[in-house]
Design a protein around this ligand. Structure first.
Ligand code: 7RM
Length: 630
C-alpha cells in the first residue's frame, strides 16, 4: 500500500503531480502490479474517436494480481466473508488460497465447456460467493463477463444475451429475497425461449426444483468434478475487454459499457485503498449487488486486488428486521461500511431503536454512493451510525467511469454534508455552460465534464462505438460528458446535483425514462406514455407515468395495475411506476415533442407557475392534467 495518501497536503501534492505529469504518475502506481510484460507507453488517446489506450502493449491477467502476486504473503488471510440472508444459516469465510483454488477449478470447467478468451459469459446470480468466483473465473481465462442483476426480468435478460452474443449463462436454481425463494433458473429458461446460448451452468442455492435441458444445462457442482484446482492465467493485453456491464441511458435500449483490463485494475485498487483508507486486517463491507458497477469495482475487484477482506451479504436491509445492517456490522466487526442513500433513508424511517441493541464501535469509515445524499440523511448516518466519529465518503462516479472520481479521502479531506468534495488524483473536471464554455473559478454551476482520460474510463459501448461517441464525447467537444449537473462552491468543493438528461435515479438504480415508456407501451391498451422522475422521500426519485389509454375495456384501477405488471415483467420490479396518471392528452410542442418540463412540475406538485408554455400546441391539455393529478 505504498501509494497511500496520508495527509491533506499529500493529497494536493499527488493531485498536482497527476495533472502535470499524468503518465509518470500512473506509471508509478502501475509498477506495483504484476505484469507478464511491461507496457511500452502509458497513454495514447483522443476524445474524437474516442480512442483511449492505457498501458499500451502491456500483458497481464487481473486475477494474477489478486492471487499469484499475493498468495505467498497472505494466502491464509480471509478474502470473502459471506453473510447469508437467513441470520441463522452458517457464515462462509474463504481465504485467498481457497478462493484461488475455487476460481482456477471453475475456470478449468469453463474451458472444458469450450469457453475461450473473448467469449461473452452472462452471470445471473444471487449474492453468493460463487458469483464472485464466476466473475474471476471468466477473467482468469479471458472470457468477458457480463453480470445481469438477478432482479431483472426474463425479457431484459434476453435483450442482454442477444446484444452481447453470449455463449454461456452462469446462474443458480433460486435466490432468497427475505423469506421468499425466487426461481431464477426458471427466469433464465424463459429468457432462452427467445435467445440461444450453448451452455448454462447452475449453482445450487435454494434447492428448489428446476428443469435442466439435456446437453445445454449443467450443475456447477458437477462440472467442477475432476477439474484441477490450479492453472496458468491467460495472458491478456492491457486493452482487452474485462467485462461488459449494461446500464440505462436516455434512449430505450440499454448500453453495454465496456471496461478494459489494465486501466480498470490499476484504478480500482488505487481508489479503494485511498478513498476508504483500508488497512490490512480491516473488514470492509459494501452493500451493493454485484449486478451494479459498485459491486464489480468495490466488492470484488478493488478489495481483492488490495488483499482486503470483503464482506458479501446475500440479504436485504430489512430482513428479518430493520436492524439487520447493524447486526451484521457488530457480528463481523465491520470497519468500512459503504451503502446507498436510499438504504439510509429507508432505515432512518424506523428511527434509532433498531440501532440501539448493537455495538458499532468497529466502524471507522462510512461511504455513500449511487445518488446525491441529502443533508438530513447525511447527518443521520454521521450521528447515529458513525457515532459522530467516522468520516463519510460521499463517492461520485458512474458505470462508465469504472471507479470513484470525486470523493473525500477518508479522514483526510474535510467533509461537508451532501458534497462529494474534491476530485481524486488523475481526475481533471470541467464545469461547462450549455454552450460548452468552461466555467472557471469558484461559485459556479453547470454540467459536469472530464477533460482528460483516467485509467478505468469506458472504452466503448459493446457493438456500437458510434453510440459511445454520440452519448459521451459529442455534446461538448474534446470532453467526456457525465450527464450530471454540478456546483462548485466558494471553497472549490463539488456538489453533484443529479442528472440533466432523461435518466432518473430510483433508489440508486439508473433508469432511462424512454426505457420505462417503451415497457408501458407494450400494454395493448396503452396509446402513448410519458415518464418523469419526481422527488421521493425514500427512493430519491420515484417514477411518475402519464399514460393515454383506450379506456373502454377496463376500470382505471385495473388498468393501472396491469400497466405496473407489464413494466415489472418487461424490465423488472425496480422499474414499476410509483404513480400512474391516466390522461387524455400529453403536453406537446407544435413539432410533437413532449414537454417533460411541464410533466415534471405536475409530478412534483409545483403547478402554480408552469413557466413558458407558449410553444404548447394545446394549453388546455395542461389544465386537465393538473386537475387529474394523483
Ligand atoms: C456508481 C453508480 C451513476 C449516476 C451518476 C449520478 C448518480 C452516483 C453519486 C451520484 C450524487 C453521488 N453508477 N450518482 N453517485 N450522485 N452523488 N455520490 O452509481 O452508473 O449506476 O449511476 O448516479 O447521477 O451519473 S451508476
Amino acid at each position: 500500500m505504498s501509494d497511500r495518501i496520508h495527509t491533506l497536503s499529500g493529497y494536493f501534492y499527488e493531485y498536482q503531480k497527476s495533472v502535470t505529469e499524468p503518465e509518470s504518475f500512473w506509471a508509478r502506481i502501475a509498477d506495483s502490479f504484476h505484469w507478464k510484460k511491461r507496457w511500452d507507453k502509458v497513454l495514447k488517446w483522443d476524445f474524437e474517436g474516442p480512442n483511449v489506450k492505457w498501458f499500451v502493449n502491456g500483458k497481464l491477467n487481473i486475477t494474477e494480481n489478486i492471487f499469484e502476486k499475493n498468495l505467498f504473503a497472505f494466502g491464509d488471510r480471509t478474502a470473502i466473508i459471506w453473510e447469508p440472508s437467513e441470520p441463522g444459516e452458517d457464515v462462509r469465510t474463504i481465504s485467498y488460497k481457497e478462493l484461488y483454488h475455487q476460481v482456477c477449478q471453475f475456470s478449468n470447467a469453463l474451458k472444458s465447456k469450450g469457453i475461450q478468451k473473448g467469449d461473452r459469459v452472462i452471470i445471473y446470480m444471487p449474492m453468493i460467493p460463487e458469483a464472485a468466483i464466476a466473475m474471476l473465473a471468466c477473467a482468469r481465462i479471458g472470457a468477458i463477463h457480463s453480470v445481469v442483476f438477478a432482479g431483472f426480468s426474463a425479457n431484459a435478460l434476453t435483450d442482454r444475451i442477444i446484444d452481447s452474443g453470449a455463449k454461456a449463462i452462469l446462474t443458480s436454481d433460486g435466490n432468497y429475497r427475505g423469506n421468499k425463494k425466487i426461481g431464477i433458473k426458471a427466469i433464465v429458461d424463459e429468457a432462452l425461449e427467445k435467445a440461444d446460448v450453448e451452455t448454462v451452468i447452475v449453482c445450487q442455492r435454494t434447492g428448489q426444483d428446476v428443469t435442466m435441458k439435456a446437453g445445454r444445462d449443467h450443475w456447477w457442482h458437477e462440472v467442477i468434478v475432476g477439474e484441477k484446482d490450479s492453472n496458468v492465467a491467460k495472458e491478456m493485453d492491457s486493452e482487452d475487454p474485462l467485462f461488459i456491464l449494461y446500464t440505462s441511458g436516455s434512449t430505450g435500449k440499454p448500453k453495454g459499457v465496456v471496461h478494459s483490463t489494465a486501466g480498470y485494475m490499476v484504478y480500482t485498487k488505487y481508489t479503494f485503498e485511498n478513498v476508504f483508507q483500508y488497512s490490512p486486517g480491516d473488514v470492509y463491507w459494501c452493500t451493493a449487488d454485484i449486478g451494479w458497477i459498485t459491486g464489480h469495482s468495490y466488492i470484488v475487484y478493488g478489495p481483492l486486488l488490495s488483499g482486503a477482506t470483503t464482506l458479501m451479504f446475500e440479504g436485504v436491509p430489512t430482513y428479518p428486521d430493520p436492524g439487520r445492517f447493524w447486526a451484521v456490522i457488530e457480528k463481523h466487526k465491520v470497519n468500512q461500511f459503504y451503502t446507498a442513500p436510499t438504504a439510509i433513508r429507508a432505515l432512518q424511517a424506523y428511527g434509532t431503536d433498531p440501532i440501539a441493541p448493537y455495538n458499532l464501535d468497529s466502524l471507522k469509515v462510512l461511504g455513500s454512493v449511487g445518488e446525491p445524499i441529502n443533508e438530513e440523511a447525511w447527518r443521520w448516518y454521521y450521528n447515529h451510525i458513525g457515532q459522530s466519529r467516522c468520516p463519510i465518503v460521499d463517492t461520485w462516479w458512474q458505470t462508465e467511469t469504472g471507479g470513484i472520481l470525486v470523493s473525500p479521502i477518508a479522514g483526510i479531506t474535510p467533509t461537508k454534508p451532501a458534497f462529494a468534495t474534491l476530485p481524486l488524483p488523475g481526475i481533471q473536471l470541467a464545469i461547462v455552460d450549455p454552450e460548452g464554455n468552461e466555467l472557471t473559478g469558484n461559485s459556479v454551476e453547470g454540467n459536469l465534464c472530464i477533460k482528460y482520460p483516467w485509467p478505468s474510463m469506458i472504452r466503448t459501448l459493446w457493438g456500437d462505438h458510434g453510440r459511445c461517441k454520440e452519448t459521451y464525447f459529442s455534446t461538448y467537444k474534446g470532453m467526456y460528458f457525465t450527464g450530471d449537473g454540478v456546483k462548485r462552491d466558494h471553497d472549490g468543493y463539488y456538489r453533484i446535483l443529479g442528472r440533466v438528461d432523461d435518466v432518473i435515479n430510483v433508489s440508486g438504480h439508473r433508469m432511462g425514462t424512454a426505457e420505462v415508456e417503451n415497457a408501458i407501451n407494450e400494454h395493448p391498451l396503452v396509446i402513448e406514455s410519458a415518464v418523469v422522475g419526481y422527488p421521493h422521500e425514500v427512493k430519491g426519485q420515484g417514477i411518475y407515468a402519464f399514460v393515454i389509454c383506450d379506456m373502454s375495456h377496463r376500470t382505471e384501477e385495473n388498468l393501472i395495475n396491469e400497466i405496473k405488471e407489464t413494466v415489472s415483467k418487461i424490465i423488472g420490479p425496480i422499474a414499476k411506476p410509483d404513480k400512474i396518471q391516466i390522461v387524455s392528452g400529453l403536453p406537446k410542442t407544435r413539432s410533437g415533442k413532449i414537454m417533460r418540463r411541464i410533466l415534471r412540475k405536475v409530478a412534483e406538485g409545483s403547478t402554480d407557475n408552469m413557466g413558458d408554455t407558449s410553444t404548447l400546441l394545446d394549453p388546455e391539455v395542461v389544465t386537465k392534467i393538473i386537475e387529474g393529478r394523483k
